[in-house]
Design a protein around this ligand. Structure first.
Ligand code: TTP
Ligand code: MG
Length: 343
């Protein structure tokens, strides 16, 4: 039987901020946008004190302000969080090299081949993360990735949850279907219309019915997932698949100069990341979102890998030129992919 862990940091951005500003500990803290709750932007995360007021990720900052004007609002310091993220992933990678990077504050670890039991491994991980970052995490333990991911969310913060064949009925089936990994708002709505509101009710549907409603492949996925079945292997390449930056403008922008200056700034930041992490890249992509949310991307692939800012900026501007700026721009992004480690 495989032993997969999913590790997810608790209130990650907020916890990092509390770490470097101990005076805000115990108070409601909201991280998002430029940190000004009267301006446009959304909540990236809120600490547990702020969540008591109903504040959550993706909520407009202005709404968060109405719910809790006395909260401490801070800007997103992405560089800082990436640096901390790297530290905690190093701890995990040292425990087992079979690691899948799940995002800035989460990762999967296959510990099947280790001699120690799960309790010992978990203690080692929590202790290592505490020592290196002084932060807490929650861990899900399961025979596969799907269950591990769902388990890590069940006892936050600083929890450990074991989810396996024996407690699927007790722990998984009572959950709302939206909690099932891979079920988005559309599927949720479609299922709710049929009166299917929990994972248990989903598990009661036959494969034939699910395949008919959702197609063979997604129907099969739902059938298996509701039973906690997932045979997929971890994707272990511990390389970032891309490095990117994007900015949402405070007010939608029509002037080319502002857009160009912002793209040059984003390019500099991406190049800085590449230097820091010793990566070169071959493909560069620019993303533009207009005020009507229409989003376009243009990519350019060079003949050689590079980390030279001038060359990368030229590639970025070549992409930008291929986008007709006939509407105001809400967001601009820049990404380096097709990466090669030079370290
Ligand atoms: P999560 O792990 O979803 O949230 P969290 O770590 O803040 O809280 P929890 O204790 O419940 O795990 O996301 C990790 C980080 O990703 C989060 O700190 C901020 C960022 N994030 C966003 O920027 N926008 C979002 O909509 C979400 C969900 C997260
Ligand atoms: Mg988290």
């Amino acid at each position: 039987m495989r032993r997969i862990l999913h590790i997810d940091m608790d209130a990650f951005f907020a916890a990092v901020e509390e770490q470097r500003k101990p005076e805000i500990k115990g108070k409601p803290v909201v991280i998002g946008g430029s940190g000004n709750p009267l301006k446009r932007g959304v909540v990236s995360t809120a600490n547990y004190e702020a969540r008591k007021f109903g504040i959550h990720s993706a909520m407009p900052l202005q709404t968060a302000y109405k719910l809790c004007p006395q909260a401490i609002f801070l800007p997103v310091d992405y560089e800082m969080y990436v640096a901390v993220s790297r530290k905690f992933k190093e701890v995990l990678h040292a425990v087992s090299p079979i690691m899948e990077d799940g995002g800035i504050d989460e990762a999967y670890l296959d510990v099947s081949a280790l001699a120690e039991d799960n309790d010992t491994i978990i203690r080692r991980i929590k202790k290592g993360i505490k020592e290196k970052t002084n932060l807490t995490c929650s861990i899900g333990v399961a025979p596969n990735r799907l269950l591990a991911k769902m388990a890590s969310d069940m006892q936050k913060p600083d929890g450990v949850t074991v989810l396996n064949e024996g407690n699927i009925e007790g722990l998984l089936w009572p959950l709302p279907i939206r909690k099932l990994y891979g079920v988005g708002p559309k599927t949720e709505e479609a299922l709710k219309k049929q009166g299917i509101d929990t994972i248990g009710r989903l598990a009661a549907l036959s494969l034939e019915v699910l395949a008919e409603r959702f197609g063979n492949s997604y129907g099969r996925y739902l059938f298996d997932a509701a039973r906690g079945i997932d045979d997929s292997e971890l994707t272990t390449s511990w390389e970032p698949k891309s490095m990117s930056r994007e900015t949402t403008f405070q007010d939608d922008v029509g002037e080319w100069q502002t857009i160009a200056r912002t793209l040059a700034d984003l390019t500099r930041e991406v190049v800085h990341d590449m230097h820091e992490r010793q990566y070169k890249a071959k493909t560069f992509t620019v993303k533009i979102r207009f005020d009507n949310f229409q989003t376009l991307t243009r990519a350019k692939t060079l003949d050689d890998y590079t980390d030279t800012e001038d060359i990368i900026r030229k590639a970025a501007f070549a992409c930008l030129k291929r986008i007709e700026l006939k509407k105001k721009v809400r967001l601009i992004g820049m990404r380096a992919n097709n990466l090669r480690s030079d370290g």
